[in-house]
Design a protein around this ligand. Structure first.
Ligand code: OGA
Ligand code: NI
Length: 213
């Protein structure tokens, strides 16, 4: 029998966490959402992979993305019964980030990703300055006993130089989507993660082009 698991609330960001994010660095939280939930979520994604529910990232988007990333992904639906608790925790994180960063983060989308057989994701930003879309990236890793020799590090290009983060079970990494260039080094063992992108207000609506009256 499993004891009933209370969903844990993430501790608020400290002033120094906020300063780190604003300076284009990472905030890393271990034991973020709970190891048991991380293990169960990994099992869910293993099932999705078996069922063919994960697709090559970037397919159907002109192939441009496919050239820099070779992982398999799926969008997680808010009403997915297998991952309800994960959604609740990412929603709690949205509220915490809105409060602590004083940003109006109104929406978020969660993507599951699996890297294997040397899959990687080249250097990129998750958002471009001024497009008012993705403001904050939060990546939750689902890999028990990850060994450094398996690669698969998140390499973040910080103002002082690159840092590598291992994709350890129940580790959460947070950064500002427009500020931190990052990449995933080739992973030699199956590497699972869920990424939530928090968005601000809608971009301004497109104004009619005056040339066409
Ligand atoms: C992404 C990404 C990094 C990681 O999905 O945009 O950069 O460590 N993921 O999984
Ligand atoms: Ni990214």
């Amino acid at each position: 029998m499993h004891p009933t698991l209370a969903l844990r609330a993430l501790a608020p960001l400290s002033e120094s966490d906020v300063d780190e994010l604003a300076a284009g660095r990472l905030v890393i939280r271990d034991n973020a959402f709970g190891e048991d939930l991380a293990r169960r979520s990994r099992e869910v994604l293993l099932g999705w992979r078996e069922q063919g529910r994960l697709d090559a990232a970037g397919v159907g988007r002109g192939g441009k993305i496919a050239r820099i990333r070779s992982d398999l992904t799926a969008w997680v639906q808010p009403d997915d019964p297998e991952l309800t608790e994960v959604f609740v925790l990412f929603e709690g994180l949205r509220q915490g980030l809105t409060r602590d960063l004083r940003l109006s983060l109104q929406r978020f989308a969660v993507q599951a990703a699996c890297y294997e057989q040397g899959a990687a994701y080249g250097p990129h930003f998750d958002a471009f300055r001024g497009d008012h879309s993705r403001r904050v990236t939060a990546i939750w890793y689902l890999n028990p006993n990850w060994r450094p020799e398996w690669g698969g590090q998140l390499r973040a290009h910080l103002p002082e130089g690159p840092v590598d983060v291992l994709p350890r079970l129940d580790r959460l990494v947070i950064f500002l989507s427009e500020q931190v260039k990052h990449e995933v080094l080739p992973a030699l063992a199956p590497r699972f993660a869920m990424t939530s992108w928090y968005r601000g207000a809608e971009p301004l609506p497109l104004l009619p082009d005056p040339r066409f009256g």
